[in-house]
Write a protein that binds this ligand. Structure first.
Ligand SMILES: [Mg+2]
Length: 299
């Protein structure tokens, strides 16, 4: 059963939230980009300029768009600059960056870990590798978890994995190692890689310092801008993205989000407060949201 989430074009509440917002925090994969990863395509990957036009419209209006993604800093810097934006949040909330030049300001979030309790020069990523988290998971769930190659490279905070896991079960396994780390589900993948599980779709997972998440990064970013929750909206497609609703005035889920049992379960668990949905999928749903935002700002 699909939870009762109102459509964007059907709710005065979301119109009000969009009208107040000056910043959009956006997920990328499954949300901004089409199937196959392009912004110059409709949801299914056929060439289209609709999403690019929506981006240009928002840029012209002087509104801010901040990518918030599991991708690493190098990947996000390129994309942010290419699309005419100025800041981004990488590695599922662990890295907040203002600026795309050499003078960019970079904040690494280590969640509940204590500053200064780890060896000088070691990155949070290296600490998670040294903790044995990967070997612990592969031993507990043989054939069900692996590095998400090649995207696990060049990371500074989170360990990026591909797998078919029950996240609560995986979390209880990780709870036995130190320092405290969380595993978060960053959405569905198309390829199994070398996994042997076939009883569920493969997902991307991040192993993060306990407490690191997209919502916390958004709250920190808004504070740095001197803005409040009501000044922002967010858009996404995965179970992890739903937590962003607690940090912004409204969260929009693109229609394909509702294909995911994880999304439905998460909506069931937390309720649909401040969550809305588009009528279209992926990049088309993103463009639908951007147009609604511009309309609401003009009203
Ligand atoms: Mg996504």
């Amino acid at each position: 059963m699909s939870p009762n989430v109102p459509y964007l074009d059907d709710s005065p509440l979301v119109r009000e939230a969009l009208g107040r917002a000056s910043v959009l925090y956006t997920d990328l994969d499954g949300t901004l980009v089409a199937k196959g990863g392009s912004v110059l395509a409709d949801a299914e990957g056929t060439p289209s300029t609709a999403t690019a036009e929506a981006i240009v419209g928002v840029n012209r209006a002087g509104l801010d768009i901040v990518p918030v993604s599991g991708r690493n800093r190098l990947q996000l810097r390129e994309l942010t600059q290419l699309l005419g934006w100025h800041s981004y949040i990488a590695e599922a909330g662990a890295i907040i960056v203002h600026g795309t030049g050499l003078d960019a300001e970079v904040i690494l979030d280590i969640g509940q870990w204590q500053e200064g309790t780890f060896p000088e020069g070691e990155t949070p990523f290296e600490i998670i590798v040294r903790s044995g988290a990967y070997d612990t998971l592969t031993a507990a769930f043989p054939g069900r978890i692996e590095h998400f190659a090649p995207w696990q490279l060049d990371r500074e905070v989170t360990l990026l994995l591909r797998g078919c896991l029950d996240t609560a079960e995986a979390q209880s396994v990780l709870d036995q190692i130190q320092p405290p780390i969380d595993i978060v589900d960053n959405g569905r993948l198309r390829s199994y890689g070398t996994l042997t599980c076939r009883d569920m779709a493969p997902h991307a997972y991040h192993v993060v310092p306990r407490g690191v998440c997209k919502a916390r990064a958004i709250a920190r970013d808004l504070a740095a801008r001197g803005l409040t929750q009501a000044d922002a909206i967010a858009i996404g497609d995965s179970a992890t993205d739903i937590e962003m609703a607690s940090a912004v005035g409204a969260l929009v889920l693109v229609d394909n989000a509702f294909d995911s049992p994880g999304v439905l379960a998460e909506l069931e668990r937390r309720g649909p407060e401040r969550v809305f949905r588009t009528r279209t999928r992926r990049s088309e749903g993103w463009a639908e949201t951007a147009r609604a935002w511009l309309d609401a700002r003009d009203a």
